[in-house]
Design a protein around this ligand. Structure first.
Ligand code: GAR
Length: 194
């Protein structure tokens, strides 16, 4: 399908600098996409404030202790479905998406991760890369499946590990690469692709 503006829902948990890069690219006309909503598991995520500042609908779907994961997951899918997105982009979203979500958005949900998968999956990828002593790590955008960072790899970009890196410094440089990959992934997404 050519010349279709890609409707994207972005899932976030925290700061939202990756989200910001996508919003900026859309506003600059670099990507033919529309960020139709931003959804977070964290009510106070700064990423929600970023979205609202740009007139984007921002919704909290909080995760509380004791929440039934399957129900929460199905509710998340309902929230997302209301926006009829072509693509769901998980960008710094710290919850695993389960069966109830992926049965509806499985082929159309991407995630960005701060390592060259399959190396260093999980929540502390930059720290794990440093601990392993690798000289090159990077960023990955992949299609989400039910595993932990196991889905089909779509884009990768290498980032050198420097001698004086700590986990924060390294993660910040990786995030620069992730921002570029996320924008590219949305730009090149073909609605209907899966
Ligand atoms: C990014 O590095 C993203 O890959 C990571 O959180 C950061 C979000 O940054 N996500 C994960 O590690 C998910 N497992 P941001 O809030 O500044 O956009």
């Amino acid at each position: 399908m050519a010349n279709v503006t890609v409707k994207v829902v972005v899932l976030v948990s925290g700061t939202g600098t990756l989200l910001q890069s996508l919003i900026d690219a859309v506003e600059a006309g670099d990507v033919d996409a529309d960020v139709v909503a931003v959804v977070s598991d964290q009510e106070s995520a700064p990423a929600l404030t970023r979205a609202r500042r740009h007139g984007i609908e921002a919704i909290a779907h909080p995760w509380a202790k004791g929440t039934d994961r399957a129900i929460w997951d199905a509710q998340l899918a309902d929230i997302v479905a209301a926006f009829e997105p072509h693509l769901v982009a998980s960008a710094g979203f710290m919850k695993l998406l389960g069966e109830n979500f992926l049965s509806r958005f499985g082929g159309t949900t991407i995630n960005t991760h701060p390592s060259l998968l399959p190396s260093f999956p999980g929540m502390r990828a930059a720290r794990d890369a440093l601990a392993a002593g690798v000289k090159v790590t990077g960023a990955t955008v992949f299609l989400v499946d039910e595993g932990i960072d196991t889905g089909r790899i779509l884009y990768q970009s290498a980032v050198e590990v420097l001698d004086d890196d700590d986990a924060d410094k390294l993660h910040e440089r990786i995030k620069t690469a992730e921002r570029e990959l996320l924008v590219r992934a949305v730009r090149e997404w073909e609605p209907g692709e899966a």
